[in-house]
Design a protein around this ligand. Structure first.
Ligand code: NAD
Length: 370
């Protein structure tokens, strides 16, 4: 396995800045295959414009890997990912594999990649572009001129990973966090807040839960290392309510696994379209996994209807968070904004008077705008 599309190194305008980055590309299943192609083309265009070389290796995971190799995450795929500077993933799964037992399903590939690459922080930006204000279910006066919230969710601890059991007519789950687990996710969030508007909100349920009281004390202790970042705390029930009452008050939110799961879905829904939402999963090193929030959308797969922007913006996150290429990431995000401002829309974000485009055309328009 391993399709290699190497972009030849270009004469760099500033040779001291010239870099070569290795990216493992996992198209996966359904529209995953269509949207990753567009993101790869955008990365190539960024490489040409800014004089970087992105060495991309395509590998299999998910349903297609089950068909070819009998498992969702072949060892060879994980090895290529481990040897890369970052991973770009489309989506996995589909009706063909829905009858398999839970531990053999395509989605196991995601868990295996997170674990295998040590990715404990999940970043879910909920950005509502000016041009898409109408797509939000919230009233225009609540949205104002757009939204830009970043939810930083702990990904490998908490109640989803604690001991659980069902005994007769009783069941329990356990929520557990260590100081080290809280500190590393909080540090990631402080670093991100420091690069944005220097505001961090930690969300917990410290009026009830011991794990939340530990969480809060670790965040407060760490805050001394980041005096430039203003830190606040909020209970999760209030945060869920405030997100729809006044979402503009939020900037960076850091929270545990389960609360983050729920709040990041809520925050993304207020932006209106699943086809627009990127995500990143990070560990302690530079390697990260970047993927759209949506799934493989079997209902529109193979029809050139999928919105590739979530994957393209995920690639921009890779440039920013794994490679430290902020100007390049800005350029991609601005190009996406320009295409939307021009009125070009895929079906999922289509509205009256706009121009309907397909997956390929949307990708080409972003490259043109770059
Ligand atoms: P989905 O996100 O695939 O689709 C939900 C709806 O949103 C569909 O109507 C789809 O057409 C639409 N949609 C999604 N992405 C779109 C895009 N980029 N452009 C336009 N429309 C888009 O969720 P689902 O239907 O619940 O799941 C389908 C399959 O994907 C399942 O097998 C599921 O397990 C898998 N899944 C995978 C991931 C992942 O790989 N990270 C995430 C969620 C679901």
């Amino acid at each position: 396995m391993g399709n290699r599309y190497l972009i030849p190194p270009l004469p760099a305008p500033h040779s001291s800045l010239y870099m070569n980055y290795k990216i493992a590309v996992i198209p996966g299943d359904g529209i995953g295959r269509e949207v990753t192609v567009q993101a790869v083309e955008v990365l190539k265009a960024v490489g040409e414009k800014f004089g970087h070389s992105f060495e991309m290796t395509e590998v299999d995971a998910g349903g297609c890997a089950i068909d070819k190799y009998g498992e969702a995450l072949p060892q060879a795929t994980l090895e290529v990912c481990k040897q890369s500077d970052s991973v770009l993933l489309g989506a996995v799964g589909g009706p063909k594999w829905d009858t398999l037992p839970g531990n053999q399903r395509p989605e196991q590939a995601l868990l295996g990649l997170r674990k295998g690459l040590g990715l404990f922080a999940n970043l879910r930006p909920a950005v509502l572009h000016r041009a898409l204000k109408d797509a939000s279910p919230l009233k225009p006066e609540i949205i104002g001129d757009g939204l830009d919230i970043m939810v930083v969710r702990e990904l490998t601890g908490g109640i989803y990973f604690g001991a659980r059991e069902t005994k007769g007519n009783e069941a329990y789950d356990t929520m557990r966090y260590s100081e080290e687990e809280v500190e590393r996710i909080a540090r990631t969030a402080f670093e991100i807040a420091g690069k944005r508007n220097k505001k961090l909100l930690s969300v917990d349920k410290a009026n009830i839960l011991d794990t939340s009281r530990l969480w809060r004390s670790v965040v407060d202790k760490l805050a001394r290392e980041y005096p430039e970042v203003e830190v606040d705390h909020m209970y999760v029930d209030n945060a869920a309510m405030q997100l729809v009452r006044n979402p503009k008050q939020f900037d960076v939110i850091v929270t545990g696994n389960m609360f983050g799961d729920i709040l990041s879905d809520e925050a993304s829904m207020i932006t209106g379209s699943i086809g627009m939402l990127p995500s990143a999963s990070l560990g302690t090193g530079k390697i990260g996994m970047y993927e759209p929030v949506h799934g493989s959308a079997p209902d529109i797969a193979g029809q050139d209807k999928a919105n590739p922007l979530a994957t393209i913006v995920s690639a921009a996150m890779m440039l920013r968070y794994s490679f430290g290429l902020a100007a390049e990431a800005d350029a991609v995000e601005e190009a996406v904004g320009k295409v939307l401002d021009k009125g070009c829309r895929t079906g999922d974000i289509m509205s009256e008077g706009m121009k309907l485009v397909g997956t390929k055309e949307m990708g080409a328009l972003v490259i043109q705008a770059l």
